[in-house]
Design a protein around this ligand. Structure first.
Ligand code: SF4
Length: 351
């Protein structure tokens, strides 16, 4: 790869022209506010654009600035995040807002090392905030950018290789437009998401097809080097929708660290002083490469929470406002569908 990749000027020009004419109307593109850019970029990690749009709007109307997020109870933040998954992102975002209040007086910094020192901000997010919100020619690299660079410049490399990623960061750094870095980075993302997709890319409508290396050499399907897919693992779980006479639900709080930290889940055991469980049916749920078949039972219980610090009785009207795991939501919804447990307002339920 030469110092300046061939066709860089062409790529910038063609891509920005295409982006200006075709960019999607997305709510986070209506602002350059660094806090909004930060929230949207964190939400978009590992999550489809369509799933993020409503969550983004709701999150920002609830926490419109760094201060409101920093001061919010973590349960409220997790409840707003509910349905997006990967809840560690929400915890980091809140911790990041607290750090911005403490270290920077509530003003999101533009300095790379100050951004990287904030919880949950890595090289990609720092590059996105700096380029989009502050107009600094900082590169970004994610799976989309990696793929389009690999194909257009016909560069070998696998996303899973640290060494290859380093090389691609260097290329992205040389590509980024000095005049319109934020638009250019978003154009790269959009190009990867809309045209140069992982499977069946739309080469015939591609704005840079005239100089695409992989297209010219017939190697589109080979680049980037495909990652080896892990085989899904089948697993089973049993959950209990346990309610008392007053209609309260017995739930367990997950530990403060690890996956879905601090969220409420249904119990996966039947406590003492519970009636014979009745089967409600089952549903499927995937977490990472695990494919769960979850069987749900209901039971009336008079169980005591004594000695079970992580068990909580939840009044039905509070359920919609609390951070529930998606599995718990699905289980409760199953119970609701056969009128065993009415949780009232379902406005915050996941999809
Ligand atoms: S021509 Fe095809 S492979 Fe090349 S950049 Fe465009 S969409 Fe990707």
């Amino acid at each position: 790869m030469p110092t300046q990749p061939k066709h860089t000027a062409y790529l910038r020009r063609a891509l920005l022209r295409w982006y200006d004419a075709n960019k999607r109307d997305l709510p986070w593109r209506e602002t350059n506010d660094p806090y909004c850019v930060w929230v949207s970029e964190i939400m978009l990690q590992q999550t489809r654009v369509a799933a993020v749009i409503e969550h983004y709007k709701r999150f920002l109307s609830e926490f419109p600035d760094v201060r409101s997020l920093a001061e919010a109870p973590i349960d409220d933040v997790l409840a707003q995040w509910s349905g997006l998954g990967y809840y560690r992102r929400a915890r980091h975002l809140k911790a990041g807002a607290e750090a911005v209040m403490e270290r920077h007086g509530g003003v999101v910094p533009s300095d790379e090392s100050e951004l990287l020192a904030l919880p949950g901000i890595g090289a990609y997010t720092a590059g996105a905030i700096r380029s989009i919100a502050f107009g600094i020619p900082a590169p970004i690299l994610d799976g989309n950018v990696f793929r389009v660079v690999a194909r257009f410049f016909e560069v070998e490399g696998a996303w899973t290789s640290t060494k290859d990623k380093k090389q691609f960061w260097e290329i992205a750094g040389r590509l980024v437009s000095q005049q319109r870095p934020g638009d250019f980075n978003q154009a790269m993302m959009e190009w990867g998401a809309m045209i140069c997709t992982p499977v069946s890319p739309g080469c015939s409508g591609c704005p840079v097809r005239a100089k695409c290396g992989a297209l010219a050499s017939g190697r589109v399907g080979e680049l980037p080097t495909p990652r080896v897919k892990e085989k899904p693992i089948a697993a089973e779980r049993t959950l209990y929708v346990l309610s008392d006479k007053a209609g309260r639900l017995l739930m367990r709080r997950r530990p403060d660290s690890g996956r879905m930290a601090g969220m409420l889940d249904l119990l996966d055991e039947l406590p003492a002083r519970s009636s014979e469980p009745e089967s409600l049916g089952s549903f499927k749920h995937s977490i990472l490469n695990k494919r769960y078949e979850v069987t749900v039972y209901s039971s009336r219980t008079e169980a005591s929470t004594r000695g079970r610090k992580n068990w909580e009785w939840i009044a039905r009207e509070r359920i919609a406002a609390l951070p529930l795991t998606t599995m718990a939501k699905k289980g409760i919804r199953l119970a609701q569908s056969i009128s065993l447990f009415q949780a009232g307002d379902e406005a915050n339920e996941a999809h």
